[in-house]
Write a protein of this length. Sequence first.
Length: 346
Amino acid sequence: MPGFFSWIAGFFTTEKPSTPPASEARLFNPANNIAPGNTTEDAESLTMQLEENLFCWLLDTGPSNLRAEQSSTDKALQELDYRLTNNKMEELPRRPMTLPMLMRALSDESGDRQKLSQIILGDPALTDQILQVANSPYFRTGDHTIESVDQAVFVLGMDGIRNVIAAAVMRPMMAARNSREVLFAQRAWRWGLTCARAAEFIAKLQNEDTSAHFTVGLLPALAYITIRRELQQICRAQRGNAEPDIMLIRNALAPYQWIACQLIAKEWSLPPKYHAYLMAAERPAPDQEQTALIDGMVIGSREVLRHANQRNLPEEDLETIVRLNKEQTDRVRAALKAVLNEGAKS
């Protein structure tokens, strides 16, 4: 279950990005998602470029540092593999105590807003996070500040507040713990929110569950920082060094991102369809119709890199690796641009 980042270097240099093993599951998996007139090789090359560019930005490094050779028998990676496959992860985010009640209240079609507000207000820390997220550029609907939970539920509606709650629950888990984490945590959070909103926008176009797609769109970013922290623990124990090098981080993120997403979803007792969406993105089936998460990750990643002035994929190449038509793609990109531009002003 490999990597998410192979996209940047090959686009601006004649050197091609290294090709992952055939069994590797990457973040972007367009094998069954190819536009007419293109080949599987075209799509794979473009998605590997996108992955590499994204890794370069998240890890604040150049392409050459991501291509350095590293032994596949590295003891740190072996230990990480053991912990992931045997449910021994020490950094796996624990389920928030109020999450089950919130999930039930949000899924109850007959439930009222007052009951939902009461559950939120019972957790002061969550209340504060929800108001901060609701007033962020990613969710703010106007010029007026949302000052209460009741107002947030009223203004955003049930679908909107579902997404705000998902972001508010995950946000503290992704806050940097020390100075070494700051840049990675900030960028991963921005990337996760952008991909989540992209998946939500696409799900709406396809009459799919927008809230579920928003939540699963955030999980890869949470999985990345979880894996990075677990690797820090392992390196501290094995080497007396709490900070793994860039290539080790990249080689840890790439193969294990999707399994970490599934572990978090399981730990949090998320509904079965959330696991199904993650599996469909990791291993797309032939003729798969549901592509909101797949296309959302691609478009969201491209837009966050564009906004950060990083090496990027040409607009015309998006048609090769997403199933949306041009009009739909343009609508999603326009919505993301507005969100990102508004965030830059804040």
